[in-house]
Design a protein around this ligand. Sequence first.
Ligand SMILES: [Zn+2]
Length: 305
Amino acid sequence: MLRIGVDLGGTNIAAGLVNDKNEIIKKTSVPTSDKSFEGVCRAIASLCESLSSGASVSEIGVGSPGIANASTGVVERWSNLNFVNAPLAERVSALCGLPVYIENDANAAALGEYVAGAGRGTEDFVLVTIGTGIGCGAVLGGKLYRGKNHSAFELGHTVIDLNGPVCTCGRRGCFETLASATALVRQAKEAAKACPESLLNQSEINGKTVFEALRLGDGAAKAVFDRYVKYLAAGVTDLINLLQPQVLCIGGGVSGAGEALLAPLRELVSREEYAKDCAVRTKIMPALLGNDAGIIGAAAIPLYL
Ligand SMILES: [Zn+2]
C-alpha cells in the first residue's frame, strides 16, 4: 500500500507518493497561489489526485507550518496564511475521499529523517533546521514528541542572550535571532558595511557569500562566522544537555555548507557539553534527505500518531 506525503508551505506545496520502504516513487509541487483555506485544501487535493491516479493509496499525511494538532487534524494557528482553527484534515479528506492526518512541518521533517535519513536505526533523534528561522523536531524513545498542546520543540524561541535582538515572538535574544540563516546574513551585512574591503561586500549577501569569503581567507568573514558558530553551538549544546539524543542532525539552507559548518560546531559542542566525559555522546550529523524529508515524514505521520 502507498501513502501520500504533503509538505505544505506558504510559497509552495510539494507532495509525493511514498512506498512502505519510505521511498518517494513520484513527486509533484505547485506554488501556493490561492492562500485562502479553501484554496490551499483544493490545491492539496488536486496534487493528491494526480499522484494517486492508477495507484492504491491508503492515507494522506500533511506537514503544516504553525500549530498543527495531530489529534484533531486542525491547524490551530498559522499566522503566515491567517489560518485560525482551520480543519485541514477534515476538508482535504472530504475532497479526496481518503483518511488525512496532519502534523507540524518541523515534526514531519524530523520524522522523515528518522525513518529514512540521518536518524535511521536510532531511538532518540533530533533534527534542527537552520533556515529563515530555526525549526526543530524530536523523536524520543521511538515516538514523535509533540507536547500536550502540539507546540513542543520551539527551539528557535529559546533565549541565548538576554540582551539580544527582539524576536518575532516578543522575547529578546531568541536562538533564531542569532543563529538562523537570516541572522547570519544580518551579521554579514553589518560586517560588510564596517569593512568595505571585505569580500563580504557583494551585490547580494547570503549565507553562501559568507562561506565563500571564509574559504578565501577573508578576515571579516572569519570574524562573522566564528561569532555565528558560537551562537549556534550554544543552542545545540543546550539541546544536547537536555535530551542526550543518539543523533542530532542539522538541516536547512545553512547546512549546505557541510563540514565547513559542522566541524567547528562539533568542536565547540564537544568542549562545552555536559557529557563530554561520557563514553556515549550525541553524534552531530548533516541531514540526508534535503527537501524530501518533509514529504517522506508527512507520509509517515499515520504510523506515528
Ligand atoms: Zn522568539
